[in-house]
Ligand binder design. Structure first.
Ligand SMILES: [Fe+2]
Ligand SMILES: [Fe+2]
Length: 210
């Protein structure tokens, strides 16, 4: 007996309204998985749209600073661009705190996971480590260790993370700073997150000369 799968229908599929028939993954057919893969590709192509919405939501997240998390993110990206950084670093600065809402205890790792398929590996490492490196500026006020970042002092990208935190992160809480709007960074964000995922030519690209 034929299952009531969309693939048994005689008429052309309407992928906007149809779905697979299986209720357990192991029951799925090759046709169904190819159908799902096309939808997944469409979904991945709209990643920049979702990231932009997540950035906008940072305008109403963590309280207490003089600037919103969105303003902090824009200011971080603006400072990185003004400093002559490459597009990977500018976009990374823009999204470096995007994990604040859903991963408040490990937001650095969340942002790094989002970036990892699309930017130079060095940039991913810097974002993954920025939470630890940032502690040098405030941990002593909580009687915590501000020097944890020194455990990575021999890492080849140690200086990059120190520079990112000093120039683009810890400095980006100034309400008087003329940050560029999100619309300025949108084309850069779309370019980076439209790249082929995990492309060695991107991930292993050398750092641009500065
Ligand atoms: Fe952060
Ligand atoms: Fe930050």
């Amino acid at each position: 007996m034929l299952r009531p799968s969309l693939f048994n229908r005689k008429h052309a599929m309407n992928t906007a309204t149809q779905s697979v028939a299986f209720t357990q993954m192991k029951e799925g057919t090759r046709e169904e998985y190819h159908f799902l893969r096309e939808l997944e590709h469409q979904y991945i192509r709209s990643l920049p749209d979702r990231l932009l919405e997540a950035l906008k939501a940072l305008g109403h997240s963590l309280q207490g600073y003089q600037v919103s998390r969105l303003e902090h993110s824009l200011q971080s990206a603006t400072r990185a661009e003004a400093d002559g950084c490459d597009i990977d670093t500018i976009v990374a600065a823009l999204v470096h705190d995007i994990g604040d809402e859903l991963a408040p205890e490990n937001h650095s790792q969340m942002a790094a996971a989002i970036l990892r398929p699309y930017v130079r590996a060095e940039v991913t490492w810097v974002i993954e480590m920025h939470g630890l490196f940032q502690m040098r500026y405030y941990a002593h006020h909580y009687d915590m260790d501000p020097d944890g970042y020194l455990a990575h002092k021999d890492h080849p990208w140690f200086d990059s993370c120190v520079r990112f935190c000093e120039r683009y992160d810890q400095a980006a809480f100034d309400p008087a700073y003329p940050s560029k709007p999100l619309s300025h960074f949108e084309p850069m964000l779309r370019e980076v997150f439209s790249r082929k995922a995990f492309d060695p030519a991107v991930l292993q690209a050398p750092a641009p000369q500065r």
